[in-house]
Write a protein that binds this ligand. Structure first.
Ligand code: SAM
Length: 280
């Protein structure tokens, strides 16, 4: 029997997806072939305050498997670069996690950094270009300027998010779209820009703000906020670790459903532009 080329493509995609033991993003890489990601942004990506990216030069900072970079391309960007650190060891780990050795983090985040991105890019026939650089080191003399810079769910993992945003500002000639995890328990204080310090947990997190705190972090780095989202939950994907079954976890899930509209990681997003560049 002759196998159709569509079937070949789907089989090839299934094999390629299985090669990567850890998927961060849920991505449909071929018809009906979906990566088993930790998170599934597909249903919430339109909740983010996207700028018009058609024909623009764009950068996705902290791309992981590339979901937001591919989204930029899907929305008509002329050129997309996808930046991430070359190695898990280059994350801003709190000292206690660093001392456990990188093996511990490999269990959490997979061994080969960038493997998922490369597989997804090939299967999608994408032209997104990878860039190995830390957010802190972005520099226009090396990468040029971008009309649109996107940074999703990265600031909470950085010891100095304002410093990283300042580096993003140095390469941003147009607009910046930032999503960041927010702490629901701080979100009741809507008029106070607050952040919970999480540097003692096992999650590789530092500062988790409320929505106003997220906005202020972006403003403090020299951006004017144009638009912002409400709080939305990024759903857990098929590959996520088993969920905590303790009663306190159920209570947290209920709070997320009520306050963030779903059971996932609560997020807030802002669209901003470089303040002084725009006015100067
Ligand atoms: C939580 S994931 C977010 C993935 C994606 N941006 C999203 O919104 O779904 C954070 C990503 O940022 C990367 N990362 C961590 N530290 C970084 C740094 N200093 N500069 C650039 N990327 C970094 C990690 O390797 C990881 O891929």
């Amino acid at each position: 029997m002759r196998v159709s080329s569509d079937t070949d493509r789907v089989d090839e995609a299934r094999r390629a997806v299985a090669l990567n033991p850890f998927w961060y993003h849920t991505i449909e890489v071929a018809p009906g072939v979906v990566t088993p990601g930790w998170f599934d942004l597909r249903g919430v990506v339109d909740r983010m305050p996207w700028p018009d990216v058609r024909g623009k030069r764009c950068l996705d900072v902290g791309t992981a498997d590339g979901f937001l970079a591919f989204e930029l391309e899907r929305r008509g960007a002329a050129e997309v670069m996808a930046a991430d650190v070359a190695d898990h060891a280059l994350w801003d780990y709190p000292a206690r996690i660093r001392e456990r050795g990188i093996e511990w983090w490999v269990d959490v985040a997979g061994e080969k950094k960038g493997q998922g991105f490369r597989i997804a890019r090939d299967l999608l026939g994408s032209h997104v270009r990878p860039l190995e650089v830390s957010a802190y080191d972005l520099n226009p003399s090396e990468v040029g300027e971008f009309d649109v810079v996107v940074c999703g769910s990265l600031l909470l993992h950085l010891r100095d998010p304002v410093h990283a945003l300042e580096a993003m500002r140095s390469v941003c000639s147009g607009q910046l779209l930032v999503t960041n995890q927010v702490a629901l328990r701080l979100s009741v204080f809507r008029r106070s820009p607050l952040a919970a310090f999480e540097g003692m947990t096992d999650l590789g997190q530092w500062w988790v703000p409320n929505a106003l705190g997220n906005r202020r972090i972006v403003e403090a780095a020299g951006f004017d906020v144009e638009r912002e989202s409400g709080i939305f939950a990024i759903p857990f994907g098929e590959g996520h670790a088993p969920r905590d079954g303790r009663p306190t976890a159920y209570a947290r899930r209920l709070a997320r459903r009520l306050l963030a509209g779903g059971d996932g990681v609560p997020h807030h997003a802002v669209l901003a532009s470089p303040a002084l560049k725009a006015h100067g």
